[in-house]
Design a protein around this ligand. Structure first.
Ligand code: SAM
Length: 237
């Protein structure tokens, strides 16, 4: 936790800028950061500014901070991610790293080789997704919650929604077998589609190409989805 995220109910005295930390955040700052009165922590208000929090008091029930929120969060990454639903464990890791890297728009989609049982996983519940989004924000000292949208039908999504979604961006689909290598340091916003553990099938690659997606590869080494995500994003920006 590199930044303590603050939520509206934490603000107990707006005039004096006092907030209380309870639960997981209180445990973390006490047991990992070992804070005491007078110490300063990096804090940020969800979807708002970042800044510092001076520890006013510490007790078993709560840690009280006086906060100064005067800096904007880091710039978002100009990238929209379309992710075929990976296995639940990988999904959690992907959400955290995607958030930490600054992606603000995420679509989780069905594709032919997505295991059907993954759709009933708890990892897809709003609560679980939010938990991993928050962990990604805390990691990267960001405050702006990404949006996650779920699309369970590949063809209508690609044909009806994607044309609008990719406007003003360069659409790429990560595909190990592609002839073109993935570009570096993109000067333009990107929409990036990443396949499931079994990869996109040729029909899906074809549908994406009709919409203007260029298949691109990172080379012959086939990476796990949760490793491909940061490798691709790190190379593109
Ligand atoms: N057997 C699948 C195949 O050959 O397409 C492997 C899929 S890989 C585990 C899951 C996804 O990660 C791929 O669909 C792709 O989007 C991305 N990926 C993994 N390695 C890649 C590479 N070397 N180049 C481009 N994309 C890659």
């Amino acid at each position: 936790m590199n930044l303590v995220l603050l939520f509206d109910p934490d603000f107990i005295d707006n005039e004096r800028s006092l907030v209380t930390l309870t639960g997981r955040r209180k445990e973390h700052v006490l047991s990992v950061c070992r804070v005491k009165a007078g110490d300063t922590l990096r804090v940020g208000r969800l979807n708002g500014n970042t800044g510092s929090g001076k520890v006013e008091s510490v007790s078993d029930q709560a840690v009280v901070l006086k906060v100064k929120l005067d800096s904007p969060p880091p710039e978002p990454l100009p990238l929209t991610l379309i992710l075929a639903l990976p296995r639940p464990k990988a999904l959690k890791r992907c959400i955290e790293v995607i958030t930490a890297l600054g992606v603000k728009k995420i679509f989780i989609i069905q594709s032919f080789r997505v295991e059907k049982s993954y759709w009933s996983s708890l990892a897809l519940s709003a609560g679980e997704l939010r938990e991993h989004l928050l962990l990604g924000l805390e990691q990267a000292c960001d405050t702006v919650l990404p949006s996650i949208e779920i699309r369970k039908r590949f063809k209508p999504f690609v044909e009806d929604e994607v044309p609008l979604l990719i406007k003003g961006t360069r659409p790429l689909v990560a595909h190990p077998q592609a002839e073109k290598t993935c570009p570096y340091d993109s000067p333009t916003p990107i929409t990036l589609a990443i396949g499931p553990e079994g990869g996109f099938i040729p029909y899906e690659i074809g549908l994406l190409q009709i919409q203007g997606f260029e298949p691109v590869t990172l080379g012959k080494r086939i990476l796990k989805v949760e490793h491909a995500v940061p490798a691709l994003i790190g190379r593109l920006f």
